[in-house]
Design a protein around this ligand. Structure first.
Ligand code: PBG
Length: 322
């Protein structure tokens, strides 16, 4: 009866699995565990394909790819991001060739993994000599990156750099190149969050400073609604709130007004906390995982990006078998 009256149900189709592919691992078949994210790996091309097969087998419809370039390939603008031979574009092409339309391939459309300073955009100096990210100089680079990802076969691109106007320039560039059917999942309300900590390990980020000049202040929710409104007007097919658990109020308010599907990203730090407490025997990691995902769904998420995607999908499958 509990199941019959449950107001919300989780399903593997709700999940999007973020994945990391590292250039230096090549086709070795090897993978490298991320120390602060136990159970999450940087992949070689082969192990990437394998984990995508696992995801597909448990009913996960979509993966989100992040590239980890060789340190020597990073530069001030992150130019490997739009190079078709760059790690992320090669990985997208390989997966699209392998899976066709059976698995949706989403690419992260942001420069931070590829820049030597680790910022999400072009860095210039303001009149006081401080390093600042130049919003408008970054936009054409995002457009080039999105077009390269679409050319490689991405079904979705996902601008995560929080530059103003990024969705508009990407939509325009995709359409101009004939990629009218490539969708945009916009990171609309992305907060300058300490919960991203382990992600820096995951992508070998070289970030100096922080992202408070372009990501949102945790104090603000009205601003998130405005960001969503802008992104929808610019052509976003999905909007996203990130992180998830500490921002469920923002998620609920966005879900109430958004005319497009609303995704939430359960980020690296959220994953790490649950795993760490689980490893210490302080929490039941599996129950906490499922409860956290249900809370995100209940707050209004239509899609949940989570490093738990495969484990959670397996849990749901086994539960149904009972
Ligand atoms: C930046 C990006 C970040 C994450 C996804 N894209 C890091 C940041 O903005 O500092 C974080 C994901 C996570 O923590 O799981 N392009």
């Amino acid at each position: 009866m509990r199941r019959m009256v449950a107001e919300h149900l989780l399903d593997p189709a709700d999940f999007i699995l973020p994945l990391f592919v590292a250039d230096d691992l090549g086709q070795s078949g090897q993978r490298r565990e991320i120390p602060s994210m136990p159970g999450v790996y940087q992949h070689s091309m082969d192990s990437l394909k394998q984990i995508c097969e696992e995801a597909l087998a448990v009913g996960i419809p979509c993966v989100d790819l992040f590239g980890v370039p060789r340190p020597e390939d990073k530069d001030a603008t992150g130019s490997v991001a739009w190079d078709e031979a760059g790690i992320l574009n090669r990985a997208v092409a390989q997966l699209r060739a392998e899976f066709g339309d059976d698995l949706l391939i989403m690419a992260d459309t942001c420069l931070d993994e590829f820049t030597d300073h680790g910022h999400c955009g072009v860095v210039t100096h303001d009149r006081f000599g401080r390093e600042v990210v130049d919003n408008d100089a970054t936009l054409p680079l995002y457009a080039d990156m999105a077009v390269a990802q679409a050319a490689a076969g991405a079904h979705l691109v996902s601008p995560s750099g929080m530059m103003d106007g990024q969705v508009a320039v990407i939509r325009e560039a995709l359409d101009a190149h004939g990629y009218t059917d490539v969708a945009i999942m916009a990171y609309s309300a992305k907060y300058a969050s300490a919960f991203f900590g382990p992600f820096r390990d995951a992508v070998g980020s070289s970030l100096r400073g922080d992202r408070r000049t372009y990501q949102q202040d945790p104090a603000n929710v009205r601003e998130a609604l405005l960001e969503v409104e802008h992104d929808v007007a610019e052509g976003a097919d999905f909007v996203m709130v990130k992180p998830a658990m500490a921002y469920l109020d923002v998620l609920a308010q966005v879900a109430e007004v958004s005319p497009v599907p609303v995704a939430a990203y359960q980020v690296s730090g959220e994953y790490a906390m649950i795993q760490a407490a689980g490893q210490n025997g302080w929490l039941d990691a599996e129950r906490t995982m499922m409860e956290s995902l249900m809370a995100i769904k209940r707050a209004g998420a239509d899609q949940i990006l989570t490093y738990f995607a495969i484990d959670a999908a397996r849990f749901l499958r086994d539960q149904k078998d009972q």
